[in-house]
Design a binder for this molecule. Structure first.
Ligand code: FES
Length: 351
């Protein structure tokens, strides 16, 4: 059975099962309540129970002072509820409030999606989860090999599972080793989160998401976070890539059009390779621009939209120019480079 949790400050609500902690329910719903250890040790998840009842279902080491207990303070990472509650909890959507963490994570899946793109899923320890906001990135380190940075492709609502998309590149030994040698149960050192490419929770405006190649990872994270909150926003996803295999999760995107109201998807496959685009930069830019203009033709006025772009710098600039002509407010235009993909950075030569 589930019950409603209402946040006292912003009246945000989410549902919690009787056998899960309030924190687990909040994470699943994409609500960024404050927490640290998630195991009853640090006290960072402390919140005030304004109405209703909560009970401990996990053990705890942190001791709430008696005076605070009388005020109704609870630990959301150990407490569950049996009826509807109102809690006064600290909610943070600010990247500066989230510390950089260093974790040892375990490989749960290495899946080849297309010839050069792999999906890596790792799991954080139960007692040491990665706290992050959708759209941020992490650094993974392999002993004796080096480090590489990748956008998180999953949403915080996936809890302990972190998904990354790796395009294997000759210049990135980390992606090579993950693709060739990593197997279920292997350990990886993960550090993060980093980056400021996060969703503005207070915006409540139509959203256009533009991804180029594995820039899809950060965009997927944002999209899954937005949809986890069940906001009824108009969302248009445009995903552009080179070659048939570039849209490596095309079917997932198409399934979203069935699953979500007010969601549309435009997949754009360029016939030219990245190499061909960059060999003749002027022509390459013209090709990318023409496809963007076509994908955006139904949007006449973007003055009420929020735009999120994860693409190499030249593609971002072209997308920005198209949006400017449609009255976008530049303070509502957010962009992120494609992480962990050296092939993409060669697009920088396109001016
Ligand atoms: S998150 Fe550390 S005690 Fe709850």
């Amino acid at each position: 059975m589930e019950h409603k949790v209402t946040l006292y400050n912003n009246k945000q609500t989410f549902m919690a099962q009787e056998n899960e902690t309030i924190l687990e329910a909040a994470i699943r719903a994409g609500v960024s309540v404050n927490y640290g250890c998630s195991s009853g040790t640090c006290g960072l998840c402390k919140a005030r129970l304004v109405s209703g009842n909560a009970r401990d279902i996990r053990t705890r080491e942190y001791v709430i002072p008696e005076a605070e207990k009388l005020q109704g303070q609870i630990l959301t990472c150990v407490c569950a509820i049996n009826d509807d509650v109102i809690i006064d909890a600290v909610v943070t959507n600010n990247v500066s409030d989230i510390p950089v963490q260093k974790l040892n994570v375990k490989v749960r899946k290495v899946q080849q999606l297309v010839e050069e793109v792999f999906r890596l899923v790792v799991q954080t320890p139960r007692t040491n989860r990665l706290r992050f906001l959708a759209g941020q990135y992490v650094e993974i380190g392999l002993e004796g090999v080096g480090t590489s940075r990748f956008s998180i492709a999953s949403c915080p609502c996936e809890d302990r599972l972190i998904e990354l998309h790796l395009r294997v590149s000759k210049d990135d030994p980390v992606s090579h080793l993950v693709a060739d040698k990593m197997r279920l149960g292997d350990n990886i050192e993960l550090q993060g989160p980093f980056g400021e490419f996060v969703y503005d929770e207070n915006a409540n405006r139509p959203v256009i998401l533009f991804a180029f190649d594995t820039g899809f990872a950060a965009i997927k994270s944002l999209l899954e976070h937005i949809t986890a909150q069940e906001q009824e926003l108009n969302i248009h996803l445009i995903w552009m890539s080179c070659g048939r295999d570039g849209l490596y999760m095309h079917n997932l995107c198409r399934s979203w059009t069935d699953a979500f109201d007010n969601f549309s998807y435009t997949g754009v496959t360029l016939n030219e390779s990245i190499k061909q685009l960059t060999e003749n930069p002027l022509n390459g830019c013209a090709i990318v621009e023409a496809h963007i203009i076509q994908a955006m033709q139904d949007h006449e006025d973007l003055s009420c939209h929020d735009i999120y772009v994860s693409a190499p710098a030249p593609a971002t600039k072209i997308f920005e120019d198209v949006c400017r002509k449609k009255n976008v407010l530049m303070r509502r235009f957010f962009s992120e480079p494609v992480r962990g993909n050296e092939d993409m950075s060669c697009m920088v030569s396109m001016k």
